[in-house]
Each structure stands twice: as C-alpha cells, then as structure tokens.
Design a protein around this ligand. Structure first.
Ligand SMILES: Cc1cc2nc3c(=O)[nH]c(=O)nc-3n(C[C@H](O)[C@H](O)[C@H](O)COP(=O)(O)OP(=O)(O)OC[C@H]3O[C@@H](n4cnc5c(N)ncnc54)[C@H](O)[C@@H]3O)c2cc1C
Length: 468
C-alpha cells in the first residue's frame, strides 16, 4: 500500500530541482483559471484538531449501528460514533462539520489532516471557466455549489472565528495567439449553448480590466461569477470548526473497513485499534482506493492526477492582477490566482504519474514561460514556493458521492479538479444523507452505483433503498 504522501512543497530557497527519472513525456497543462484580486495571506499552521487524548469509545453498538443513519438524537451515554469519516481533507472535514451540526457523533480519522490535495490546490471556484464538453451534469452541480459558497463561507467563518479568504473576484480567460483565440471562441459558443452568460472581449477590453496583460493577447472571455477562496485558510477554518462542533479527530490511518454480516461494522487503524460504527464515509481523496476490507466493486475507482504548481510573491500594495486569470498560450492552459498579500499562484500541470509528487524543473519552467508570456511583469516577483499535489480523479471526471450499495458505506471522493468548489454541496448533501433525510436530487447523478457493477446484482441495500 502506498502511504499517503501528498505533495512535495519546496521553498524556492531549497530549490525545485527534480530528483529521480524524468516523468515520461511532457505534462499537460490544466485549463486556465484566474486568481482573485486581493486574497488573504497564507495563514500560519493550522490549529490542532481534536486532542489525541479524546475519551475512549465504547465497543457496544450505538443507535446508528443498524442502518448507519441517525433517526433520533444520540443518547448522552453513547460513546460510539454515529459516523466515522476516513480522511480529513476539505471533503471529509466539511462533511464532518455539517454532520455534527445535524446532531451526529462524528469521528474523523486522518494521519495528516488537510495536507493532501486540499493544501495543494489553487482555490478557484470556477464552474464556468472549468466547463468541459460533455460535462453538463457536472456543470449543474458546480453551479449549485458556487451559489452556496457565500453562505457556506460566512457560516464557517462564524463557526471558526477564522477568515477563509472567499473573494467574489470573477475570472478573465485570455488567448495568446490566433489558434488560442479560436479555441476561446469555441468555448464561448459552447457556454452560450448551455445558457451561461460569458462576455467575449477584445484585447483592448481585456487590458483595460487587467493593465499588466501582455499587449499581444488576442482577446478574452469574462466569467464574472467564477471566484476564489484561499484553500489553505479554508482548511484551517474547517479544522477549528470541527473541533468546536465536537468532532473527534484521530491522527491515524485507516487500513481496513470492517464488514460484518454484509454491512459496515467499523474501521481498523494502522495502530491496530478498531473503531466500531454503523456508518463509514470514505473521503480519503486519491488514496481511497487503497483501503482494504470491502467487497469487490465497493471501492470507488479513484486515481491520483498530479498537479505541479508554484507561488510568486509580489508587493501587497501594488497587486498585478485584480481577478483570476486563465490563459491559453499556444494551446497550453494555465491559471494565475492573485492573493491579497500580492502572492500569485500559477498552475497547474495535469499528469498521470501515479503517486509521484516530485516537483520537476521542466514543469516549473513551462508554467513560468507561459505565465510570463501572458504577463511579462511577473518577472519581478519572487519565486516563493513550488509544490505538487494529487487530485482524486474518477473515470468520468465527476465526483462519487452518496450511499454505496454496501449498507453503512457512504462515499465522498473523486472531486478531481473541483473539490474546493464542490465542498459546500458535498458537505450539505452528505449531512442530509447521514442524518436520514435521503439523497438530495442535486447529487443523485453522482451516485457510487454508476461504478458498482459487482454489487448491482445483489440489489439495493437497506441503506441504499432508504437513501436513494
Ligand atoms: C495542483 C492542484 C490544484 C487544484 N486547484 C483546484 C482549484 O483551483 N479549485 C478546486 O475546486 N479544486 C482544485 N483542486 C482539486 C482539489 O484540491 C481536490 O479536489 C480536493 O482537495 C479533494 O479533497 P479531498 O478531501 O477529497 O482530498 P485530499 O485533500 O487529498 O484529502 C484526503 C485526505 O485523506 C487522508 N487519507 C489518505 N489515506 C487515508 C487513510 N487510509 N486513512 C485516513 N486518512 C487517509 C489524507 O491524509 C488526506 O488528508 C486542485 C488540486 C490540485 C492538486
């Protein structure tokens, strides 16, 4: 089993020199995204989560053990968690926080919370500029989550007392040459056909919005509703919020989901401890597929998709960008996300390299080459940080969320490039599922059952019948 090893962050002072063999061919560059105008500065290290000395749990079955669903308030005497969440990234923490808000007893297990893709991301909330051909259902989910972001951010800030750096800044996508402009116009027509309202802009109009853009750019597309959040601040706020909500954090790795008599009975940890529960939420990002104990077909088919990314540091008083910028440069996609402290995040590669998180010189050079072509003034900024993270990819690029066919097993992974954007809709939908309110329509197309052929023959489980 591959140990979770999320990213190789490297301060520029340490250098980003590659170690090991070249990664096998040129990496792809992600569809461009823009950064926000004045993002919050990188926050200090996350506040510690629930104390290691949390009270021991009873081994007796609790009220949720039968169905994995809460139907009444927990007995104060009960020490069993109603729900064990495997993985404390943005998805697991937000599901835990919202579920605790519904009165559930929740335990999160993670050896290194919020240090996976959550920490590595750029934080764009970009349903429109991220839309891809054939992903109309995903667009609806993305738009729904984007609409939920303002209230989600406000309630998280209130619950945690921390800023999350939500910035309603909009996004400008620009084209560098004639071929890029043709691609952008195709995207524009596709977006119009979906009922979206992008604005096609001339080069002059783009430069009046963003004066530091290269004079040679060939026009752009404005998506005023594509915003950003500071993903590292978000994770820190979630860590505080779950602690305040009474969620127990266990800093350990789940090795196995325990199954007894055809339903989930708990989890086994690397230290050998067992946690009994009737409901387990699988939210271990790209590592979800490594968890043992489940019947064939019950594990969601996620894989790691590597993203290399970097951060440039500029003066906070004179930011180079006012909004997220996505760029097409000779067919390559990239994005620049400006933070409030003058930082600009530049990303990202999209690579199928397994669990490799090496930062390679070639990837950094390509990102810088294309970023400088779009905005030559970036040359004056300090190269402050490089890192790589692993997106949890699914076979159809859409998340896998909802009750599984195995009673007591709920899945929350596969969020790929949009896990930060999809945090509110995932958290609130799964809190409804776990609290016994059924599966919200908005997540129904993303059920794990689309990847569960081996379990389909056995028919829907009790939990599945109740929840779907
Ligand atoms: C370079 C890059 C840029 C991105 N940019 C954006 C963006 O701009 N906007 C956007 O919306 N999304 C973006 N994403 C995607 C987004 O980061 C992910 O979709 C999201 O973070 C997934 O969250 P997660 O909680 O599922 O996974 P992770 O954040 O990876 O968390 C998984 C957690 O599970 C834990 N874990 C693993 N195995 C076990 C185990 N056996 N037991 C217990 N715990 C375990 C890990 O320690 C980890 O904390 C980006 C991703 C990358 C890599």
């Amino acid at each position: 089993m591959t140990e979770p090893n999320y990213e190789t962050g490297s301060a520029a002072a340490r250098g980003a020199a590659p170690t090991g063999p070249a990664g096998g061919g040129r990496h792809g560059l992600e569809r461009g995204a823009s950064l926000a105008p004045e993002a919050a500065p990188l926050a200090p290290e996350a506040a510690p989560l629930a104390p290691d000395g949390a009270p021991p749990r009873s081994e007796a079955p609790g009220p949720g053990a039968e169905t994995g669903l809460r139907t009444s308030a927990p007995s104060p005497a009960s020490r069993l968690p109603d729900v064990v969440v495997v993985g404390g990234g943005v998805i697991g923490l937000s599901v835990a926080w919202r579920s605790a808000g519904r009165g559930l007893e929740v335990t999160v297990v993670d050896p290194a919370p919020a240090r996976g893709a959550t920490w590595a991301a750029a934080g764009m909330l970009a349903p429109v500029t991220e839309v891809h051909y054939g992903e109309e259902a995903l667009l609806r989910l993305n738009l729904s989550s984007a609409a939920a972001w303002p209230s989600f951010a406000a309630s998280l800030e209130e619950a945690s007392g921390r800023q999350v750096g939500y910035r309603p800044c909009g996004t400008l996508a620009v084209a560098m040459d004639g071929g890029d402009r043709a691609l952008l116009e195709d995207l524009y027509r596709y977006q119009l056909s979906l009922g979206l309202d992008p604005q096609l802009l001339s080069s002059r109009e783009c430069r009046s919005l963003e004066p530091f853009l290269a004079p040679g750019i060939r026009g752009g597309l404005l998506a005023p509703g594509d915003h950003q959040v500071h993903n590292r601040l978000l994770a820190q706020a979630l860590e505080v919020a779950v602690e305040r909500a009474g969620v127990r954090l266990v800093r350990d790795r789940v090795t196995t989901v325990l199954v007894d008599a055809g339903r989930v009975a708990g989890v086994a940890l690397a230290t050998g401890e067992h946690l009994s529960t009737g409901t387990v939420v699988l939210a271990a990002g790209c590592w979800t597929g490594q968890i043992a104990g489940l019947p064939d077909g019950a594990l969601p088919p996620v894989r790691p998709v590597k993203g290399q990314i970097l951060r440039l540091k500029g003066p906070a008083q004179a930011p180079l960008l006012g909004r997220n910028l996505r760029g097409l440069v000779a067919g390559n996609h990239l994005y620049l996300v400006p933070r409030a402290d003058g930082t600009v995040v530049v990303g990202a590669t999209v690579e199928e390299q397994g669990f490799d998180v090496t930062v390679r010189a070639g990837a950094v050079a390509d990102l810088l080459r294309d970023a400088r072509a779009l905005m030559p003034a970036l040359d004056e900024l300090e190269l402050a940080e490089t890192w790589a993270g692993l997106r949890p990819g699914s076979p159809d690029n859409a998340p896998i969320i909802g009750p599984s066919a195995l009673p007591g097993l709920v899945v929350a992974t596969g969020h790929y490039r949009n896990g930060i954007l999809l945090t509110p809709v995932t958290a609130d939908s799964l809190a409804s599922v776990l609290a016994g309110d059924g599966v919200p329509q908005v997540i129904a197309p993303f059920s794990p059952d689309r990847f569960e052929p081996a379990l389909e023959g056995s028919g829907p489980s009790q939990l599945a019948r109740e929840q779907r």
